[in-house]
Design a protein around this ligand. Sequence first.
Ligand SMILES: Cc1cc2nc3c(=O)[nH]c(=O)nc-3n(C[C@H](O)[C@H](O)[C@H](O)COP(=O)(O)OP(=O)(O)OC[C@H]3O[C@@H](n4cnc5c(N)ncnc54)[C@H](O)[C@@H]3O)c2cc1C
Length: 568
Amino acid sequence: MEATNLNLKAKKQNHFDAIVIGAGMSGSWVAKEFCEKGLKTLVLERGRNIEHISGYETAMKEVWEFPYRNTLSPKIVKDNPVVSKCYAFREATQHHFVKDSEHPYVQTKPFDWIRGYQVGGKSLMWARHVQRWAKFDFEANSKDGHGVDWPIRYEDLAPWYSHVEKFAGISGNKDGLDAVPDGEFLPPMPFNDIEKHCISSIESSFPERNVIFARVANLSQPHNGRVCMYRSRCERGCPYGGYFSANSVTIPAAAATGNMTLRPFSVVQEIMYNNETRRASGVRVIDSNTKEVIEYTANVISINAGAINSLLLLMNSKSDRFPNGIGNDSGTLGHYLMFHNYRIRASGQIDDFKDSYFFGRKPTSLYIPRFRNVGDNTQKDFLRGYSFGMWSGRGLGSMDKNKSPIGADLKDQISELGGWSIGMTAMGEVLPRFENKISLSKTDTDEWGMPLVEIDIDYSENEESMCKDMMETGAEMLEAAGAKNVRVSDSKQAPGLDIHEMGGCRMGKDPSTSMLNKWNQMHAVSNVLVTDGACMSSTACQNPSITYMALSARAATHAVEELKKGNL
Ligand SMILES: Cc1cc2nc3c(=O)[nH]c(=O)nc-3n(C[C@H](O)[C@H](O)[C@H](O)COP(=O)(O)OP(=O)(O)OC[C@H]3O[C@@H](n4cnc5c(N)ncnc54)[C@H](O)[C@@H]3O)c2cc1C
């Protein structure tokens, strides 16, 4: 009798109103919305916890406190050929990134998979660029026939963009542009002289192109007890909460409700399906330290493990009803995987403005919204379009590294500033294609018994044609800004380094060609939500995370309404 009671208690303790898988960018928004609306929510995160402020172990360190002065040791580079390609992987930040050998995967074609396994996920290290999608981005699939039509339009998401922008704190100008609609912005940070010069010279040479302050999740003024100190050390975690991360914003908000149970070191292996209720009943988890297997049940489950890991989890959730992965009636699960085309870069030097500098370390830059294939300005040789991120900076002056100066010579040389450099990175839309996919290894598993992911994805002709145009327009805009020694390069980098993996569990109107409905619920299993990048039906060319956040808040709110009506 007693034993039965004990079991019942244990069962009860393992039941929640909701489960969220992954405590990163998107999962933390779902958790916040669920908790604030009263759901007892279990957040399962495979990595360790990183507490806001106390968890940022390198935040206050100076460059001389790192053995390699915040660069990478040759051994780290040798041992981590993939993640060391990422610009943000440095001595001060490397503990936020997954090391290559710790979590292997199969590159059927080259793919640089950059991951962060911890509470906060990649929201700790991101570059914080947050441009809204345009109306035409939601219409592109239906217009040119690549991919399925989105089941929502800009108007459906606009209030949710506003919702997350207001809470996260986004700095930006209201520029009135169709390509990147305005939002709920804090004032932009001031432009430096070179930025002002680039804006006027490029816009006057190319009237259909705009150069704007890139909308960023950095605070230009105090916001909800957080403030940016202009340290530009964001990727280390910010003790002042100067930028949006799950750790500093959404996880504390969820915790403050008293409704969240956060369980780190919890690798979710499988979503369990109940044939009778035709609902997901819960999840099977392995504790990453003890290897103990635990089952948790819930009324609604949101999958936010970061696109490829969410696909792995869904494909690994097999049952008699779903032998090819939960919810996969359409056969599209794992297919139509997408990324962004970040291959093209351009840079040059500006001779003027030698007497101009700026105060502090501004963590922001410029943005050139999409100007190709917008309205009547259509190009013939590729579909969709691209934008540019644009930076400027001054390095040291005439320091002659070969002469290794010391003493007064060294001081003289390093106190002299060099000229200005400006540069641009193109960010291009990638078309959804069935051939771009992941599958699960039939032979190899990881330390926790999960099959390894096989990633099979590549550029298509459309992206190659777009690259040629990016090179031409990048060079001509730098020249218009008066840059000397303009250099344009195609890195030919493999997909993945853009860190914008999307698709594989796409939204759509038709259950026979898509996985999710317009509320991010699985067509076939309505109490399962997928609101990270896996849900995307196309990529547009904007940095995607603000769209994941808006979709997450929208889907979570709708799921709570459905639960309250007894529909879930
Ligand atoms: C250097 C860098 C710069 C970037 N710059 C930008 C930018 O400027 N703008 C932009 O929009 N985006 C940017 N991104 C991308 C952005 O960080 C991601 O789009 C975003 O974090 C994705 O959110 P997510 O919730 O899908 O995944 P994540 O934030 O990665 O969170 C997923 C979480 O799930 C956990 N998890 C995985 N598998 C499991 C499992 N089986 N069980 C339990 N937990 C699991 C992971 O540990 C992780 O914590 C950048 C990323 C990096 C690294």
